[in-house]
Design a protein around this ligand. Structure first.
Ligand code: C5P
Length: 397
């Protein structure tokens, strides 16, 4: 229920992606938002107002001269109680009109008369998207403070492939949720590690740690929502990259360390969430080790992996470093001693029977001011609290 209490006016313009707006209404309601739909006349050729009325539970507005509005000012009234005006799909024609301040139908008049933020999810043929006129209009809209969501690249209804596809409904909802978060890390660069590492024994076997990657991915998402520029170095996990986050996939601890070293120079914050394998096989076999070819089961000689977090913390001009301590007992003692030995300002501790692999967790933050227990909550909620604590620590002189 990330949009509980929010009033969203959803504008739908004429494009084949209008069918995705029906799913968008469902998802917005599922997050607790109230949705009022307004359609252009062109949009009604793709999906009927009845569809949106049935889904949103509210009458749909399509024209300026709607007799249901006593004062005949739907274009004013609709935006006054809205927290955001979201237009999805936003056609090239609609974007051009808004960029020039035209208001010749209900939706464009509503946009011009609004007193709430405007977000648009463009959807059009790739040539229309690439047209310099569209690029000019988009630049104008961005300059006016309009948030542009997407578009994505891929197959288009016309059979062509390229930029111009509307984002999927789930992605638009994620962007809207992000939009409402406080921008505590605006202008900051955040680098994270997440997931396990995999240390090869031979081409089909290896040593790894149990880690779903969910906590690290949640922090990457929360940091992005807070306005940061986020790079996520991820071990092998089965999770989608959070929207707007640059993800670098790695497998072993050495690859993770290389990727971190390549990106650490300009970052303000480094959050090490990855469950890095402490050891790796000294001599991984290039061929599959065959069973029963040796008299004894083969022994695996191990060497220690570098401590990526400690290395970053020891840089001459380190970013604000945040570590994780997953312990099965004595959490406070171990987490605090880890914080001191790695010389980092903030460590996030959790007991491993809490939240391993699940969507919820119970955490305790340890910093110079002491410990701050965070009650059980979904990982994204906890991630936002960690981001808030990072923002406080960044402000310290
Ligand atoms: O020393 P320990 O592995 O318990 O410390 C955990 C913290 O250190 C986590 O933040 C983890 O991501 C980081 N770490 C690391 N490189 C390692 C081992 C741990 O960055 N080789």
């Amino acid at each position: 229920m990330e949009l509980q209490g929010k009033n969203i006016v959803l504008g739908v313009t004429g494009g084949i992606a209008a069918y995705k707006a029906a799913e968008l209404v469902r998802l917005l309601l599922g997050q607790g938002a109230a949705v009022q739909v307004a359609m252009t006349e062109a949009a009604t050729h793709f999906v009927t107002p009845v569809t949106f009325q049935a889904l949103s539970g509210k009458p749909v507005f399509t024209d300026q001269w709607d007799s249901r509005v006593a004062n005949n000012m739907a274009h004013i009234d609709l935006s006054r109680t809205a927290d955001a005006l979201l237009v999805a799909p936003a056609s090239a024609d609609f974007l051009a009109k808004v960029a020039h301040g035209l208001a010749d139908d209900l939706l464009t008049a509503l946009v011009l008369a609004r007193n709430c933020p405007l977000l648009v999810a463009p959807a059009m043929n790739r040539q229309m998207w690439d047209n310099p006129a569209t690029a000019r209009n988009l630049a104008t809209l961005r300059g006016d403070g309009v948030s542009v969501l997407g578009p994505a690249s891929g197959g288009q209804a016309c059979g062509e492939t390229g930029l111009g596809r509307m984002l999927e409904a789930e992605e638009i909802v994620a962007e809207l949720i992000a939009f409402f978060q406080p921008k505590l890390l605006a202008g900051k660069r955040v680098l994270l590690t997440a997931g396990p590492t995999f240390e090869a024994v031979d081409p089909v076997r290896g040593i790894t740690n149990l880690s779903s990657g969910k906590m690290g991915y949640a922090i990457a998402r929360a940091a992005r929502e807070a306005g940061a520029d986020v790079t996520l170095v991820s071990g092998p996990v089965d999770l989608a990259s959070p929207p707007g986050v640059e993800r670098i996939r790695v497998s072993s601890a050495l690859q993770m360390r290389d990727a971190v070293q390549q990106h650490v120079a300009h970052c303000d914050v480094f959050v090490a969430v990855a469950a890095v394998a402490d050891y790796r096989p000294a001599n991984p076999s290039p061929q599959k080790i065959k069973k029963g070819q040796q008299a004894k089961p083969p022994a695996i000689e191990l060497v220690q992996n570098p401590d990526i977090l400690a290395e970053v913390a020891a840089l001459p001009n380190p970013p604000l470093c945040v570590g994780f301590a997953a312990e099965s007992e004595n959490l406070h003692e171990y987490a605090e001693s880890k914080r001191r030995s790695k010389k980092i300002p903030l460590i996030v501790g959790n007991l491993i029977h809490h939240g391993f692999g699940g969507d919820d967790n119970t955490l305790t933050l340890f910093d110079d001011k002491g410990r701050h227990p965070l009650p059980p909550a979904p990982k994204l909620e906890l991630a936002r609290q960690i981001v808030a604590r990072i923002a406080i620590l960044l402000e310290k002189p």
